[in-house]
Design a protein around this ligand. Structure first.
Ligand SMILES: Nc1ncnc2c1ncn2[C@@H]1O[C@H](COP(=O)(O)OP(=O)(O)OP(=O)(O)O)[C@@H](O)[C@H]1O
Ligand SMILES: [Mg+2]
Length: 308
């Protein structure tokens, strides 16, 4: 999809969990566009204090505010002819969103303290790791701005949802960091691949990259096995994989159990629960009623056919 839309001037909203590669994709889009020879400018809307973001984006004229000792060009003008990446757009202040909307719609910007609009020719890319629809519903993001930005939405799946990428990326990072550190070529053993596939990767590609960088540096041999790979918190890869599959199994069991209940009446399920509890207490009703948090009388009534 990125290849299909790279050549157009359409705004693209790139969404995905942290570390999935949103910035990588933004750079890719620029590099494969007609604007590739022009600047690629990125600005992190979350990292810049609100009071500064406006002049960072749109620039300011000399004397626009205390400390504005000269004219300064903003990111919009810097990116002229090229691509502007608005990183973490969901964190932008609501008021500034209106100014941004105008800039995108009319391709005109107002420098802070300026009195004549400046035309700009840019393509806008934006990223968000928050669900923008939700932000709109909450009232923290302008709906009209979302529609403007979201001409195309590239959704990057979490790494755990694209296991095919795990092995390819892992091999890539091992080769990259062996080379970068002047070490002999290293490879991952098949067991290491399997263990990598089973880990949950909550930090996505960034976590995988850091993990393999560390493994390359710490490995004593040219073939890296699962034992030589540890996660940032110090747990071994095998442990993490086991914990992940155990919790996945538990979640699966819980889901199967609740599915199995659908279609049955409450009375039916209640009766089974009472029966199982009585089984557990070897028929002791007082004990069973205690466990269930009901009176002995209720237990007797509800379980009529069971305990007479
Ligand atoms: N397909 C890929 N190939 C190679 N490296 C990748 C790939 N995807 C991500 N990475 C690497 O993973 C790291 C995280 O990627 P990136 O910064 O693009 O993620 P992000 O989605 O912008 O994260 P955040 O939401 O935290 O800003 C970077 O070091 C990047 O180089
Ligand atoms: Mg990013």
């Amino acid at each position: 999809m990125a290849d299909q839309i790279a050549g157009s001037d359409a705004s693209v909203l790139i969404t995905g969990e942290s570390g999935t590669g949103k910035e990588v994709v933004a750079k890719y889009l620029h590099a494969h566009s007609k604007r590739a020879a022009k600047p690629f400018i990125s600005i992190n809307c979350a990292a810049i204090p609100e009071a500064l973001l406006e002049s960072e984006l749109f620039g300011h004229e000399k004397g626009a505010f205390t400390g504005a000792i000269g004219r300064r060009i903003g990111k919009f003008e810097e990116a002229n002819g090229g691509t502007l990446l608005l990183d973490e757009i969901s964190e932008m202040d609501f008021r500034l969103q209106s100014k941004l909307l105008r800039a995108i719609q009319e391709r005109l910007i107002d420098r802070v303290g300026g009195n004549k609009p400046v035309p700009v020719d840019i393509r806008i890319l934006a990223t968000s790791n928050r669900n923008l629809n939700e932000a709109v519903r909450e009232g923290s993001f302008r709906e009209d701005l979302m529609f403007r930005l979201n001409v195309v939405n590239l959704k990057l799946p979490a790494l755990r949802d694209r296991p095919g990428d795990i092995v390819a990326l892992a091999d890539h990072f091992v080769a990259k960091y062996a080379k970068a550190n002047g070490l002999p070529a290293r490879t991952l053993s098949p067991q290491a691949h399997t263990a990598l596939l089973g880990a949950p990767w909550p930090g996505n590609v960034r976590e995988l990259e850091n993990t393999l960088h560390r493994a390359v540096l710490l490995s004593q041999t040219d073939i890296i096995g699962p034992d030589a790979i540890s996660l940032p918190d110090g747990t071994g890869l095998n442990e993490a994989t086991a914990a992940h599959s155990l919790s996945a199994q538990l979640a699966q069991t819980a889901e199967t159990m609740s599915r199995a209940m659908v279609g049955r009446t409450v009375a039916d399920v209640e009766r089974d629960l009472i029966l199982d509890t009585l089984d557990h207490t070897l028929g002791n009703r007082t004990h069973a009623a205690n466990i269930l948090g009901i009176s002995i009388r209720t237990l007797r009534n509800k379980a009529q056919p069971i305990c007479r």
